[in-house]
Write a protein that binds this ligand. Sequence first.
Ligand code: ADP
Ligand code: XUL
Length: 540
Amino acid sequence: MNELFLGLDCSTQGLTAIIIEKNTSGVKFFHDLDFETTFPHYNTKNGVLLLDEKTVHSPPLIWIEALETMFDYMLKRGVEIEQIKAISGSAQQHGQVYLNSTFEKRLKNLNPKLSLAFQLEHVFSRNTSPIWMDSSTTEQCEEIRKALGGKEATIKITGSDTFERFSGPQIRKFYQKQPEKYGRTAIIHLVSSFLSSLLLGKNAPIDHGDGAGMNLMNIQSKKWDVRALNATAPGLKKKLPKLCASHKIIGKISPYFVKRYGFNPDTYIVAWSGDNPNSLIGVGLIEKGKVAISLGTSDTYFSYLKELSLDLKGEGHVFSAPTGDYMSLICYKNGSLTREYVKNSLGLSWQEFSRILMNTPPGNLGKIMLPYYLPEIVPLVLNPRIMRFGFDKFDMEGNVRGIIEGQFLSMKLHSQWINETPKEIMVTGGASINDEILQTIADIFGAHVNKLDITNSAVLGAALRSIYSYTRHFHGKISWRELINTHSKGRTIKRITPRLQYRQLYDDMVKLYKKHEDYYLNKGPNPEPFRKEFIRKYFQ
Ligand code: ADP
Ligand code: XUL
């Protein structure tokens, strides 16, 4: 009999589901739901509500409605739902869901004849959820950092400096600005633990991977850190779920889903985690030596760490990895949405954009773009503006190459703390289908870039984690290596080779880019003479 495993990924822009079997690499079911177009009544743009330039939320009900719409679709497609043995999931990191005291009661008493969104409409103590794109908590970041003894101390305690999008500073802002609503909040979930709570029919724990993105969990002991809790908001410990290992089976599926969709009552729910920790598994990074770049709504650069190794400069993060080890990560807000903005403002399709990228010279004739369309996380830019040096917004070629080179020169520059010069880069996320972008990444990093047949590695990672935990539970032993060899290894459909003739040019250009960044952000010297020199060296 088929043993099926379900992975779900609730990202910024949509919900994805995948069903796989334990011992074969085939995909039994795959489906994507886009929030903006499938659920227009929430009025989101790309899945989010832009309340002001720095304040970015999403309506948590959209995630509930997406979950049930996905299960309705699975029923309609005749998926053998009763054969699903275990479910795990992935969600955009950092976002919080604020719930009142009726939440758990309602979860335990759901009527299978009625929709989930209808029954859970009134469980929120805050109607919208701040998400990872929010950058409105600089004040709270400073306060928490100070209370923890400064930047280095904060990093040593939580694995990261305080960041605007991290859950702790966001919770502090809510407590400060809306103390009554904070008082009425019984539990604060992450998006991942919120969705797993729905499946479980009671409050689910937060796993160590997503917990590390809160500025509240001690990165060494993997427990809530009392100093961080006290620095954030009073009475917070009581409002947080428990923490658990990412591989933990947290229970069986709630009777609601058994009765409404025909799930087997013995379907196990495995702790959900963040999209980046899930992607680590989906692209198969379980040992040192390789890195991954995710080109989703955010662009992220991440790698596996055997030992805890912190970025004391403070731009990067260390999270727990699903294997129980660690992972390093840097995150850029100016990812796909910024590429899309430049493409759309030039009136181009992706095909036209890619053709221009292919036909323009590496080095962009010395034109440099700082790609801050949105507030940026790395480096911190709170008042964004796209900066162009040597061209204007009407120069089609200059802008197409400028945005892509700007983004990945910045990534190369700011990933140096990870101390891992990659020879191989795994790429994932929506933009990883674009070969011309991948060629630019290969050239800038001087590394081979591997493109996978499934561009959503987070959802694959979630399904693999469900197999891992289920098998470990019933058979006592399973190796990550074996699992990844069966499911992830053969997925590379293209290997893009770096063009060695551009290595020196890009080494010089990273330095040139840094001078422009320093000039714009840190009042550094005028970089124009260096740009002229670069043009003389490579283009005259
Ligand atoms: P998330 O998981 O964060 O919701 P995805 O990984 O699904 O996002 O990526 C969505 C993004 O993929 C879109 O915003 C879009 O800009 C980008 N994308 C889709 N097709 C292409 C393409 N051909 N070239 C570049 N980017 C693309
Ligand atoms: C990671 C981050 C984003 C979100 C959205 O720290 O903020 O990558 O997880 O995908």
